[in-house]
Design a binder for this molecule. Structure first.
Ligand SMILES: Cc1cc2nc3c(=O)[nH]c(=O)nc-3n(C[C@H](O)[C@H](O)[C@H](O)COP(=O)(O)OP(=O)(O)OC[C@H]3O[C@@H](n4cnc5c(N)ncnc54)[C@H](O)[C@@H]3O)c2cc1C
Length: 391
């Protein structure tokens, strides 16, 4: 099949969706394509949750069930196994955000350790993931990154963050489960980056276990990648990077404007795209020392990875190259890639409904229509409905 048409196959893309599920997805994406509705919906939902109004059922049967695997790990197992039968692996993602107590950080770490132990037994889950702010306070990362001195209490708190990272990465190494570490806001990311590099230095000795994330909407990330590569080559450890465009653009631009510094975000979408592609090229040129996890819903970027792999005679199933999408999105990319034997993993978020709201809101926002265009998910769903001759 002509390469640029591979992702158009909606039959392969939606083979796990019943007609009813497809109808539900159609309704959902139609709703969230309307920007004012998402804005109002978000405000009303946040208010309703704070006021303890009984809205969980409604959230669950709409956005939650589409974008999340369930409330706990066990809820997700059925869909994980069904996806794996079609060649798509899963990364269970404990998506609770904004909890800042030591008890919550310990609980998030325990969840991640449990998932790693789980992963060891299940071929369908070869990779685990966590967010730096799931393991430590946002402002602590920020203070560390700014080079400000810690109080004795803060130092002890930071030592516990380091310990959580270390426990998870060590178990990943022992059980041969790869660990992806997400990237977040730039003003806390420096400290997280230093810590992740430390983990790579320690655990990526024989194979790549630990992966950091590079948000290529940041114009400084190519320089960062090259600098890290120099260090890793000199010291003899391997690098792993999840390459994404980045999910916090508005927040980044707003803060830069408010505080009067140059925004870390590229000047245009096109500049971000070029930066993303440059990172892909750089990594594939250096695959002996850097592994790639391409986290994207962008078809062009996915085709680029495929084309470069072919040019460089890298096998589709080479374990140093993974593609990743989020559950509930871009099944046309995930299932068609898997069909061709590429390594593909979907993030499968889970957690209590009200605690995964920030995640769900980001998904709704990124699926609102841009300047009146039909969103790509909606377009694909409509195409598949027409193919199945559903009304
Ligand atoms: C498996 C996976 C893991 C992820 N992990 C993370 C993570 O750890 N951290 C994180 O931040 N995000 C993460 N994301 C989300 C990701 O950063 C993007 O928000 C999302 O995937 C959309 O980008 P895209 O490449 O799919 O496609 P596209 O739709 O082509 O790109 C949209 C993106 O382009 C950028 N962009 C849009 N307009 C402009 C503009 N005017 N100027 C500059 N840039 C612009 C923004 O980053 C926007 O999100 C992850 C995504 C996936 C699939």
């Amino acid at each position: 099949m002509e390469r640029q048409k591979i992702f158009d196959n909606t039959e392969v893309a939606f083979q796990l969706k019943s007609d009813t599920e497809l109808e539900r997805a159609h309704f959902l994406f139609k709703m969230i394509s309307i920007e004012p509705l998402v804005k109002i919906g978000t405000a009303v939902t946040n208010f309703a949750i704070k006021a303890n109004l009984p809205v969980e059922g409604l959230i669950r049967s709409t956005v939650f069930d589409h974008f999340c695997g369930g409330v706990n790990e066990d809820d997700c197992l059925d869909i994980i196994e069904r996806m794996y039968e079609l060649g798509v692996s899963s990364v269970l993602d404990y998506s609770v955000e904004g909890k800042e107590s030591e008890a919550h950080f310990d609980a998030a770490m325990e969840k991640t350790l449990k998932i790693i132990r789980f992963s060891e037994e299940k071929d369908s889950m070869p990779i685990a993931v966590f967010k730096p702010t799931g393991f430590g306070r946002f402002h602590l990362y920020q203070k560390k990154g700014e080079g400000k001195p810690f109080t004795a209490d803060e130092q002890a708190e930071w030592d516990r963050v380091v310990d959580r990272f270390d426990k998870v990465c060590r178990l990943g190494k022992e059980r041969d489960v790869e660990i992806l570490i997400d990237a977040e806001e730039s003003w806390m990311q420096d400290a997280a980056d230093q810590l992740v590099t430390e983990m790579m230095r320690k655990y990526n000795t024989e194979s790549t276990i630990v992966y950091n994330t590079l948000q290529m909407y940041r114009h400084d990330r190519m320089d960062f990648l090259k600098a890290e590569h120099e260090v890793a080559k000199k010291e003899g450890f391997l690098l792993g990077y999840k390459i994404v465009r980045g999910a916090y653009m508005e927040k980044e631009n707003d803060r830069a404007l408010e505080k009067g510094y140059l925004s870390p975000i590229c000047e245009s979408k096109q500049a971000t795209d070029i930066n993303f592609n440059d990172a892909v090229k750089y990594i594939l040129d250096n695959l002996d020392t850097i592994s790639l996890f391409a986290g994207t819903h962008n078809e062009e970027s996915s085709y680029l990875v495929m084309d470069l792999m072919q040019k460089k005679n890298i096998e589709n199933a080479d374990n140093r190259v993974w593609f990743g999408q989020l559950f509930g999105m871009s099944d046309n990319i995930s299932f068609n890639l898997a069909n061709l034997g590429y390594n593909v993993a979907k993030y499968v978020p889970f957690g209590p409904v009200k605690d995964v709201m920030p995640y769900l809101i980001r998904r709704a926002e990124e699926n609102t229509s841009v300047a009146g265009q039909t969103g790509r998910e909606l377009m694909l769903i409509k195409k598949e409905k027409a193919r199945r001759k559903l009304k």
